[in-house]
Write a protein that binds this ligand. Structure first.
Ligand SMILES: Nc1ncnc2c1ncn2[C@@H]1O[C@H](COP(=O)(O)OP(=O)(O)O)[C@@H](O)[C@H]1O
Ligand SMILES: [Mg+2]
Length: 260
């Protein structure tokens, strides 16, 4: 097996150097964290499902003209992606009041918002991802006004696409978080969707029962996280009813080797 260099290990994924310059391999771990890492657990098979779901969503988004970092899935836990310079923002789109929005502004959980709302937080574990305004973002040069125009437009188009996709399988898209990056091509630079879109980064409620089918199951100790993610994948037609989505391929098999 080819040795590869680990570039970064985050809370839910590991990034390895890719086979060609400008590419990386994104490995999906089973780790679940909440409250900025305060709570942590290993949830069997989560990474496999997120890899598949994120692939499915990114391919769909490419088809409607949203540029993404996704190139192709390599195996159960890994996908080949384009390396980008991450814009240090968590871009949150909300359709229904829940989570921090409901708490912060005293809204009722589950209340439909008057329109979709885009919110920005600074991506900083140290600072606890504080909310930031567009004015602050451009003043501190986290992103330029032109980049913010692209990010805003893409975020809303992603929301429209996801709302329709999930509504079609009886799932209510409450909110989600995305990250964008800069892809340099010669002296051109463009904004592309990066990271992942999965039940780790979306709030998904069963349209019929209102049950959480996302990481809130972990945040709220409801259990059944893998089953819920499997159900999302099954409804979207990503996995078959009895398809195996657990594996024994730990990151140890693809671990960093400093001698390279
Ligand atoms: N295409 C990409 N190029 C470079 N970095 C990326 C790309 N896609 C995602 N990332 C970054 O890789 C990391 C993914 O691992 P994750 O476990 O989510 O980390 P974190 O704990 O920082 O959220 C994130 O920090 C994310 O910003
Ligand atoms: Mg992350």
């Amino acid at each position: 097996m080819a040795r590869r260099k680990q570039i970064y290990e985050g809370k839910a994924k590991i990034l390895y150097e890719g086979p060609e310059p400008g590419t990386m391999i994104q490995y999906f771990k089973d780790d679940a964290t909440a409250g900025n890492g305060a709570k942590h657990a290993i949830i069997d098979g989560k990474g496999v499902l997120n890899n598949r779901i994120s692939e499915f969503v990114m391919v769909g988004l490419e088809q409607i003209g949203i540029p993404t970092h996704f190139i192709r899935r390599l195996n159960m836990r890994e996908q080949l992606i384009r390396q980008v310079e991450i814009v240090p923002l968590e871009v949150i789109v909300r359709n229904v009041a829940a989570g921090s929005l409901a708490k912060r502004y005293g809204l009722k959980d589950g209340e439909q918002l008057p329109r979709s709302i885009v919110e920005f937080c600074l991506k900083s574990d140290e600072l606890g991802d504080p909310p930031v305004s567009e004015d602050m973002i451009t003043a501190f040069n986290w992103a330029s006004p032109q980049e913010m125009d692209d990010i805003m437009a893409y975020a809303l188009r992603i929301n429209d696409f996801l709302c329709g996709m999930f509504a079609g399988v009886g799932i209510r898209l409450v909110d989600f978080k995305v990250e964008f990056g800069r892809q340099y091509e010669g002296d051109m630079v463009r904004i592309v969707l990066a990271d992942e879109i999965s039940p780790d980064s979306c709030r998904l409620w069963d349209a019929a029962t209102g049950e959480s089918m996302d990481k809130d199951r972990f945040r709220k100790d409801l259990g059944g996280l893998t089953d819920a993610y499997r159900e999302v994948a099954r409804r979207l037609g990503i996995i078959r009813d009895n398809e195996e989505t657990s594996d024994t391929m730990g990151p140890v098999l693809v671990s960093n080797n400093d001698e390279d």
